[in-house]
Ligand binder design. Sequence first.
Ligand code: HEM
Ligand code: HEM
Length: 202
Amino acid sequence: MTTETRTVTKTSQANEAGQPERFNLLARLLHWTMAAAIIAMLFIGVAMMTSLTWRPELLDLHQPLGIAILLLAIVRLVNRLRHGAPALPADIPRWQVISAKASHWVLYALMFSLPLLGWGVRSAGGWPVTMLPGVTLPPIAPTHPVWYAVLRDAHGLLAWLLFAVVLMHLCAALMHAWVRRDGVFSTMTPGGLYHRYRRNRK
Ligand code: HEM
Ligand code: HEM
């Protein structure tokens, strides 16, 4: 049994320190939309590398979806910096608080670097990044075999790092939801689930 340490009143949306009690609607919408898109991208990427038959179609999907993730990541970061994040419960060990914060910033860094590296791979290979038929993005790296090799390796490596961090993040989120039951999970869930959690704690 754990103690709920987040200060919440019915009328207030923030605690005494000015931290919100949960992530705002935009943050929650972006979190779950982008989680689905990023997980899909990891599978599309791997499938693209293993199926010659499907490669052209998958690549046509991989590029615009990856650029959409980059644009949404900008909106998400601005929203996060402006509105902050809820405090973690006070009884969580310090190393876990540090790891949680660090892993969130690593996830942000990967949400920016992976699409940029992918765009770089296409540029270095001398191919356009096609968003829609006839709509292409300008190159962001010189067309050169060495640039191509380095960027391609970096894109692949960081994609595997993202996969590993997402798995750890998923385990941590489920540990909060099912083992600790400390309200951390409900800060990222739709309002209905959040309010049910609050009622059950009373
Ligand atoms: C969050 C965004 C992205 C994720 C998670 C992602 C993930 C992946 C993965 C898992 C692979 C397979 C890597 C391997 O097995 O070596 C891959 C390959 C690739 N990705 Fe992405 N990617 C993203 C964004 C992009 C973007 C925006 C572009 C281009 C505009 C792009 C272009 C490519 C290309 C060209 C390859 C194949 C490289 C080759 O032929 O070796 N990616 N991606
Ligand atoms: C590609 C997949 C995912 C990415 C990139 C991602 C990224 C993030 C980031 C950066 C945060 C910090 C809040 C923010 O600033 O936006 C966060 C929080 C959170 N995520 Fe995810 N997430 C992913 C998938 C998931 C999944 C699958 C779950 C659960 C099943 C989950 C549950 C949560 C929860 C509960 C929080 C709030 C934690 C807290 O208050 O510290 N996430 N996520």
